[in-house]
Design a protein around this ligand. Structure first.
Ligand code: AMP
Ligand code: GLY
Length: 422
């Protein structure tokens, strides 16, 4: 079979790496891909935004199955465009992808189906929102309604900080239309975890739990990023918590989608806050997480292609998943300055040394080739991912590997997985 993966990050590299292990996969394409992906797939420079271009490419190359990495093409209806042409694709339709693309939709949806989440109000007027914030006091969370590349959420410690965030979103319109509505919600305390499932709209197959590290510096300091590292499993997701996530969150969400006439097919990702063994949804995402997918794919034993096919054929209930008992840890190497301004084009060294290590895979994110030389080409550059018998061994191995890698300005957190080792 021929498979296309859309996207260019570490998540997509992990998906391509895993798909390449399937005996039924003959050829993988990636649009647009990156340097690491180009070693196992043919990278074609078509933008994930160019739905027509992608449809035509898939028709021309007789590609059997397409998998979408990032949220934007899903939110803009790439699945609808493919399905109109009778092409097989994994992911929710535009309407179903609103669960990530509109925080207002997601919150109202959770309320309708009794899914545990922070108390909230929606505002279209700056004045009313400001009044509400003053009434509620801090800490308080301000969220722009639409997609804002992970930057639309501010957990404000003071009322002034909350109002400043509100002003930027609603008055300065820094996220444009995405900020026409805001959600103001209660700040939840606890420990965060990511929980991802495969679903064909009826049946739900959970993946192993994981935990991301959103802040750029150690001890969760500094601004939010796309994710600086992740590990799996997340000890906070005990079997009891996992059962609650399935019963109180995943099942009602997929059933709720059906009730609204939206069959949700693909990956559903719940960003959770766990407090006193109770899970609350911070956000839903309509896709795989990045970097969570790197440690999750390292642990997956089953054939990923079979799972994707079962999703599109709505036969997931006949599939089961096997996972390695090992733990895995991914440490992200980023360009200095990320998530603010950073330089690109720095030569990357040391990967040959890491290749010799067992149970370590370096997934590429922002990398490219310049005259055959591997260089940095983005904020998050590499996801150094290791397996181990437990989190400690996986972490030690990931750090041993990342220490062999060098590019000018390299930055990575030294405390990935610290919470799991407390
Ligand atoms: P979101 O994009 O909604 O996941 O928000 C990004 C990050 O903001 C989350 O991963 C949390 O760290 C934080 N966050 C979001 N909502 C809340 C909340 N209600 N209480 C505390 N932290 C939150
Ligand atoms: N790791 C966070 C995300 O994928 O949204």
């Amino acid at each position: 079979m021929k498979v296309l993966v859309i996207g260019s990050g570490g998540r997509e590299h992990a998906l391509v790496w895993k798909l390449a292990q399937s005996t039924r996969v003959d050829k993988i394409y990636c649009c647009p891909g990156n340097a690491g992906i180009s070693e196992i797939a043919e990278c074609i420079d078509i933008s994930p935004k160019d739905h027509n271009g992608l449809v035509n490419f898939v028709k021309y190359e007789w590609i059997d199955l397409t998998v979408v990495g990032p949220e934007e093409p899903l939110a803009h209806g790439i699945v609808d465009a493919f399905e109109r042409e009778g092409l097989r694709i994994v992911g929710p339709t535009k309407d179903a992808a609103q669960i990530e693309a509109s925080k207002v939709f997601a919150k109202d949806f959770m309320k309708r189906y009794g899914i545990p989440t922070a108390e909230y109000r929606v505002f279209t007027s700056y004045l009313h929102a400001e009044e509400y914030i003053r009434m509620k006091g801090a800490p308080i969370v301000i969220k722009a309604d639409g997609l804002a590349a992970g930057k639309g959420v501010v957990v404000a410690k003071t009322v002034d900080e909350a109002i400043e965030a509100l002003r930027r979103i609603m008055k300065e319109k820094v996220f444009g239309k995405a900020g026409e509505r805001v959600v103001v919600e209660e700040a939840l305390e606890g420990e965060e975890a990511s929980y991802l499932v495969f679903t064909d709209g009826e049946y739900i197959l959970p993946m192993v739990s994981s935990q991301d590290h959103k802040r750029v510096f150690d001890n969760d300091e500094g601004p939010n990023t796309g994710g600086m590292g992740a590990y799996s499993p997340a000890p906070v997701v005990t079997p009891e918590v996992e059962r609650k996530i399935m019963e109180k969150i995943m099942k009602p969400a997929i059933k709720g989608m059906r009730k609204e006439g939206l069959k949700y097919k693909g990956i559903l990702y719940a960003g959770l806050m766990i407090r006193d063994n109770e899970p609350y949804v911070l956000e839903f995402n309509c896709r795989f997480g990045d970097p969570e997918t790197q440690p999750i794919m390292m642990r997956m034993k089953s054939d990923l292609l079979e799972v994707f096919l079962a999703i599109t054929e709505e036969s997931l209930s006949k599939t089961s998943l096997q996972w390695r008992p090992d733990a895995s840890v991914c440490v992200v190497a980023a360009s200095g300055g990320y998530p603010g301004k950073y330089e690109k084009g720095k030569p990357i060294e040391g990967l040959d040394e890491v290749k010799k290590m067992e149970d370590v895979v370096v997934f590429h994110a922002g990398t490219s080739y310049d005259n055959g030389r591997l260089i940095t080409a983005g904020g998050r550059v590499l996801g150094v991912t290791a397996l181990g018998r437990d989190i400690k061994e996986a972490r030690d191995r990931a750090y041993e590997a990342i220490e062999k890698i060098y590019f000018e300005g390299i930055h990575y957190r030294r405390d990935i997985a610290h919470r799991a080792l407390k």
